[in-house]
Design a protein around this ligand. Sequence first.
Ligand SMILES: [Zn+2]
Length: 400
Amino acid sequence: MQDAVWLNANLATLREDGAPYGEIRDGALAVKDGRIAWIGHRSEWTGAAAREHDAGGAWITPGLVDCHTHLVYAGNRADEFEQRLKGATYEEIARAGGGINSTVRTTRAAPEAELAESAARRLRQWIDEGVAVVEIKSGYGLNTVSEAKMLRVARQLGDRVKVKTTFLGAHALPEEFKGRPDDYVALVCDEMLPAVSPLSDAVDAFCENIAFSVKQTARVFTAARNLGLAVKLHADQLSDSGGAQLAAQFDALSADHLEYTNEAGIEALARRGTVAVLLPGAFYFLREKQLPPLGALRRHRVPIAIATDHNPGSSPLTSPLLAMNLACTLFRLTPEEALAGITRNGARALGMHATHGTLEAGKCADFALWEIESPAELAYVAGSNPNAGTVRDGEPVPSA
Ligand SMILES: [Zn+2]
């Protein structure tokens, strides 16, 4: 006897078994003990379940996986957005104390409860859009106490959605280390990382000419590896910095952004099975021109994930569905690639593909129901939400 079964549903399993979207029309999906126990055509379902749900012809997809966010922070930067549109330059804003360091100041000053409250409020939209897993990075504390505070807040959000935390101490150089980047990297490696590793599932860094060099990033990754932590990288967003090669060299779970990655970098990702995470929200908000090398990623069969990159500076995007739409309109992904990017490959980018990202027997019963006529609609809608219910560990989630 199964705990529950969903009938009268079309299933987009996202399994790579040949059918587009891994689709099963008129399917049945049964759950037991929080896992998917049976999935297939309704005509083949002969089991029994304690509860029977009529999905009313809805589509069911795996719960969405947003594998790259900076969701915990205090304040916002709407004032800078407004100043820029009135003609202020980035340099003028930075000189007036704006930019990432303004978020660092507000986040350091914010009490933990206030950070948790604002992040939980934002997170409602992810839950409303069928998200099962969200990755949350630190990186606005930039000292041991404040980075730990951010990671604790992120972990607390795990009572509402599954959360993976990533330590991003090497996000930017804090003001008090101006001109001394190597001293700051030493602090990240020798003090911050050992202190926050129990709160972290992975370690990330921003490898870029305006942030940390390949050498400095490698030092952070070596320290992470010594603590047994997986790594991820903000790579080649603004220039070809060799970030993709570095990520591959350390067997990173993912290399993210990649607008400027060259072919050799993509080959390196392919060899190591590192996921390419594309972030169209930042590309859109910053009005970037350099497109990520989608053709080469496809040619080398690098798994492509899509994420919101939600953050107050470069991607205030709060909608995973809109991220899918932007991935299609701006980067020219197909709707199927976009959906795979925010399910199957998003899970892979977090090392969770054994339990999430596809609808398969044995995986966690985390899925979303949608009032749509075809799965392509999820990437097609720009600004509306056809979610008709979310199930976590086999139980319907009350709307947020
Ligand atoms: Zn980011």
